[in-house]
Design a protein around this ligand. Structure first.
Ligand SMILES: C[S@@+](CC[C@H](N)C(=O)[O-])C[C@H]1O[C@@H](n2cnc3c(N)ncnc32)[C@H](O)[C@@H]1O
Length: 319
């Protein structure tokens, strides 16, 4: 590996753009530098807060970070590992890894500990990631991939993207794949993980909340969950080859034992996290609570299952 990104970041907030000495200045979050500006960018709603500057569907707080953390370990268990691309060997030897839309950063915190010889970077348009307490081989930056990644060409061996379908407009995926291909080394890997929000055996009470959410996202942000389109865009980009995928199922509800109970908890938190969005569509607190309670009670009755997917591909050697 080349220059230590971690050291550079701590000293200067600079990331090497080339293997030599070119650097790129990265703005840290203004909010980090001046906590007094918080009230300007965050909107407090009850105990949950939403970021007004960034288009983010989820609340940005400890509850959401906890949900993402628990969800991470459920999927790691289900998939018997954190990734499916054949990168174990290079990560063990020492590689550079980028997580786009890293959220609370749990995937990277876990990976950085497992692979101490590798260097991990997480970027997210919001700054819900750890600022101080993190392994030395891990850095986070607030950055919007749609404005271009602040890294030089061919810097990374592996780029990971998980659960961003509801954050990216269909038309923006080609731009993302172009940018990911740019920062990947030839022969490097991209991996995308997603899930179906429509459950198998979905209870009608869940359908009501999910459809309300889909409608809101489409009308407000023009985003729709369409993994088929995303993967088509990845294929069309021509930068990737050997595209492979796998799907696995999770039980949702205590009918599925401890795993199902864990999924039920994250499902419940997820719905609560969307409360502000759903509430803003004129659902009263009481109605919302009733719908959520019905939803949870129906899980053991209908025994729904959730499918998650991993797609991974190699960047072409020459293009
Ligand atoms: C549903 S969360 C997933 C977080 C994490 N990948 C995980 O698996 O837990 C989606 C994340 O993408 C981030 N995001 C949305 N649009 C983005 C963009 N244009 N550039 C960078 N991050 C973005 C959001 O702020 C959010 O943290």
């Amino acid at each position: 590996m080349g220059t230590s990104i971690s050291t550079l970041h701590k000293n200067n907030n600079k990331i090497p753009l080339t293997e030599t000495d070119d650097t790129c200045h990265l703005e840290t979050s203004k909010e980090d530098e001046n906590s007094a500006s918080r009230s300007d960018v965050r909107e407090y709603v009850g105990t949950r807060k939403l970021d007004k500057k960034v288009k983010c569907t989820l609340s940005l707080d400890n509850d959401e970070a906890d949900r993402q953390t628990m969800q991470h370990f459920i999927y790691r268990h289900l998939w018997e590992g954190n990734f499916s691309a054949p990168v174990n060997e290079i990560l063990t030897d020492g590689a550079r890894i980028l997580d786009v839309g890293c959220g609370s950063g749990t995937f990277l915190l876990d990976m950085a500990t497992e692979f101490p010889n590798s260097h991990f970077i997480g970027i997210d348009v919001s700054s819900n990631f750890p600022k101080e307490i993190k392994p030395a081989n891990l850095d986070f930056f607030q950055s919007d991939i749609l404005e271009g990644l602040p890294f030089r060409d061919g810097l990374f061996d592996f780029v990971y993207i998980r659960f961003m379908e509801f954050d990216i407009k269909k038309d923006d995926w080609p731009k993302i794949f172009l940018e990911v291909a740019r920062v990947l080394k030839p022969g490097g890997y991209i991996e995308i993980m997603e899930k179906n929000y429509t459950l198998i055996n979905e209870p009608p009470s869940s359908t009501i909340i999910r459809e309300r959410f889909y409608k809101f996202m489409k009308e407000k942000y023009r985003v729709e969950h369409d993994l088929g389109n995303t993967i088509d865009q990845m294929k069309k980009s021509l930068n990737f080859t050997d595209i492979q995928h796998e799907a696995r199922e999770l039980p949702v509800g205590s009918w599925g034992g401890n795993l199902g109970k864990g999924v039920e908890t994250t499902y419940h938190w997820h719905i609560m996290s969307l409360r502000k969005l759903l509430f803003s569509q004129d659902i009263s607190d009481e109605e919302f609570k009733k719908e959520v309670d019905n939803c949870m009670a129906d899980l053991d009755k209908y025994k729904p299952r959730e499918i998650s997917y991993r797609y991974w591909a190699k960047k072409v050697q020459n293009n």
